[in-house]
Write a protein that binds this ligand. Structure first.
Ligand code: BDP
Length: 684
């Protein structure tokens, strides 16, 4: 199995009796009519059911009076009992011995079709079915950090799937399979290019290319969006300025929007990274982020699109980086055009293996906020570490901002319920590329899958999602499903343990963001070093962000401050995010900080052995090629976990100046040797 089919495998169900049972409800498909979206739904059902049930399931051209089949029905009045159906919400139910997939729109029926296939793939019964589901967030987007030259920023799965040089003439069949995969998990939009954007996408040539991709994605309910380069009016428009208040600049964007919508009538809108990490932006003209975002939103005019303006900003040398996006954006709350959403990363620094939720969530009630999570494993071991991100995404969704009292979770801020926003969005930075299996690490597929499922319904549990994915992708054998689900669910905490336990952060290799480099003390700017973040000294470890330190903790509501403000009660997962803790300070585990830190590095690295053992156990149930692939990657993971462990333990020991607690055996290499390893790694 080369992994290309992802979770849409549709291999024949081995148990003949089960196949017969399903066939009773799936003898034919009817009701698709001619709409491209319904045709896609019907086509997928036909393909999926024929494969799973081992015999052709025909799609009937006309609505039939036969029973025992699947009926696709768009019904503007469709509802689901008490819970009204939203435009994309679906309902599956039995009616006169048929299974009806209904919803108010074609797209809803498409999602329903995938839900029905999921029932069969996970071996749930179809008879007597009555389920309905609404998406909780409107725009559920993948953000591709793909460049026009085919490279992918922070991509670890080959090059970009978009073959710009071949477009618009040749449409790679992969685009269709990509759209199918997205639709199957409820994703409904795609930002096609890197946030560090090239102006080239806004040329007539590239608009035509993007339009051709949009044409392939459209039947699967995927809208296309673009990242824009702020200075485009200068670079390709011949203007002298990109000042958002300049009439010629406004006119340029309005004309450009019209041109895009002419080519792509359902274009979704723009994503903007401005005045961040060297990108140009409105602040170059002494204008605010709101000035820029609003001008762009107004350029959309009557067109049905939005502007997602990123809040990922931090300036060199101006206090704690943790607080900088907040300081720039929070005062702008209430100043944005109704078509603007502000896109905020899950945490205040940058996609670390664990971060406290970003303090902007809950602090901008008048502005719809997009939650941005990263599926590509920039800081989580690239494509060699097995890390299932369901728990990471869920952790931020469930975090309580207390913005409107208890229960004001990030999920409810983002889905619009806390502040009554009509617009809501969530974005996952894609982890896919041209690798045959899309994600490099086969388990990376689970992260794409989990993102979509949580974007649709953030109340789902990461364990349930892992189980679904496992059954659809790897095996349905119950014991193996249990073992694999367990591995997936624990994998993220294991990674945190051997890389950044107890709330350490940003101690990875410079620029490459791979491997350990806690000793990094000089870089282009202080907040690109490691020592800026861990602040190890002879007294202790960690970044004091309480009132005695940077006071960034004060950005949170008092209830949150209370939980995290006291080192005695602060959850250990966040301890060193907020406190400088003495090496001999006793933690609730009964161990001193130094002993706990060392223990976590060791037990974390040893847990990779556990992952390897679990993986070995399921070998008989798994495809041999896929099994061997992950087994090999786990070997690399073990090696790199030891590398992290040794580097961090030896380095922090130079400050703690104590031996490792028994029974931990000291590393067999010296700090100098580990440093050399990292230096070699970073040779150009
Ligand atoms: C950082 C990445 C950088 C991105 C940036 C961003 O290292 O490549 O461009 O985030 O999100 O994590 O804009």
């Amino acid at each position: 199995d080369d992994g290309y089919r992802l979770w849409l495998k549709y291999d024949r169900i081995a148990d003949a009796a089960a196949r017969q049972q399903y066939l009773r409800n799936a003898q034919f498909i009817t009701g698709a009519g001619t709409s491209p979206v319904l045709q896609a739904a019907s086509g997928e059902l036909q393909r999926g059911l024929s494969g799973l049930l081992g015999q052709a399931v025909p799609a009937l051209a006309t609505v039939s009076t036969r029973t025992g089949g699947i009926v696709l029905r768009v019904d503007k009045q469709a509802s689901a009992g008490e819970q009204p159906l939203k435009a994309e919400g679906y309902r599956l139910f039995s009616e006169k011995n048929n299974l009806v997939i209904t919803g108010r729109t074609d797209q809803a029926v498409l999602y329903g079709a995938f839900a029905l296939l999921r029932q069969v793939q996970t071996r749930q019964p179809l008879a007597g079915l009555n389920i309905s589901s609404n998406p909780r967030i409107n725009f559920r987007l993948l953000n591709h950090w793909d460049n026009q030259n085919g490279t992918v920023e922070r991509g670890y799965a080959g090059s970009s799937i978009w073959q710009w040089y071949e477009l618009p003439e040749r449409l790679d069949p992969r685009y269709t399979d990509y759209a199918r995969a997205n639709a199957s998990v409820g994703i409904n939009g795609v930002v096609i290019n890197n946030v560090n954007a090239s102006a080239r996408y806004l040329t007539a040539e590239y608009i035509g290319k993007v339009a051709s991709v949009a044409g392939v994605l459209r039947p699967y309910g995927q809208r296309v969006y673009m990242s824009v380069f702020w200075a485009a009016p200068k670079v390709i428009g011949g203007l002298k300025t990109a000042d958002p208040l300049d009439p010629a600049v406004k006119q340029w964007w309005a004309t450009k929007s019209d041109e895009i919508y002419k080519a792509i009538p359902d274009f979704g809108g723009f994503l903007v990274k401005a005045n961040s990490e060297g990108e140009p932006g409105p602040q170059d003209y002494n204008r605010t982020h709101a000035d820029g975002a609003n001008m762009l939103a107004q350029s959309l005019g009557r067109h049905d699109g939005v502007v997602m303006w990123r809040a990922f900003v931090y300036k060199a040398g101006s206090g704690d980086r943790f607080a900088q996006a907040f300081e720039d954006f929070q005062p702008l709350d209430g100043k944005f055009d109704p078509k603007v959403l502000v896109q905020v990363k899950n945490g205040p620094i940058d996609f670390q293996a664990r971060e406290p939720f970003h303090p902007l969530f809950g602090a901008m009630p008048k502005t719809p906020l997009v939650l941005e999570v990263q599926l590509t494993q920039e800081y989580l071991g690239f494509a060699t570490h097995l890390v299932y991100l369901g728990p990471l995404i869920k952790e931020v969704l469930e975090a309580d901002t207390y913005a409107e009292g208890p229960g004001s979770t990030v999920a409810k801020v983002v889905d619009g319920t806390v502040d009554n926003h009509a617009l809501s969005a969530i974005a996952g930075v894609a982890n896919i590329g041209s690798d045959r299996n899309w994600t490099g690490h086969p388990v990376g597929q689970a992260n794409w899958y989990a993102f979509g499922r949580l974007a649709w319904d953030h109340t789902l549990s990461p364990a349930a999602i892992a189980q679904e994915w496992t059954k659809m992708t790897l095996t349905t054998e119950p014991a193996a499903v249990r073992t694999l689900t367990d591995m997936l669910v624990r994998s993220r905490n294991i990674y945190v343990r051997y890389t950044t336990p107890l709330g350490l952060h940003h101690i990875m290799g410079e620029s490459i963001h791979f491997g350990p480099q806690p000793w990094l003390a000089k870089s282009g700017r202080p907040d690109w070093t490691a020592v800026y973040y861990h602040k190890a000294d002879s007294i202790g470890l960690g970044f004091d962000r309480t009132a005695t330190g940077s006071n960034a903790l004060a950005l949170y509501k008092p209830e949150v401050q209370k939980q995290w403000g006291n080192p005695q009660t602060c959850p250990l997962d966040y301890l060193l995010w907020f406190h400088h803790v003495g090496w001999n300070q006793r933690l609730p585990t009964g161990r001193t900080l130094w002993n706990e830190l060392a223990t976590r590095y060791y037990t974390g690295a040893d847990s990779v052995l556990w992952l390897q053992k679990q993986w070995a156990q399921v070998r008989p149930q798994l495809d041999p090629a896929l099994h061997a692939d992950v087994a090999a990657r786990l070997q690399t993971q073990r090696k790199e976990a030891l590398w992290w462990r040794d580097a961090c333990v030896l380095y922090f020991q130079t400050y703690a100046r104590q031996p490792l607690p028994a029974p931990l055996a000291p590393p067999t290499r010296t700090l100098a040797e580990v440093k050399d390893l990292v230096n070699l790694y970073q040779l150009k």
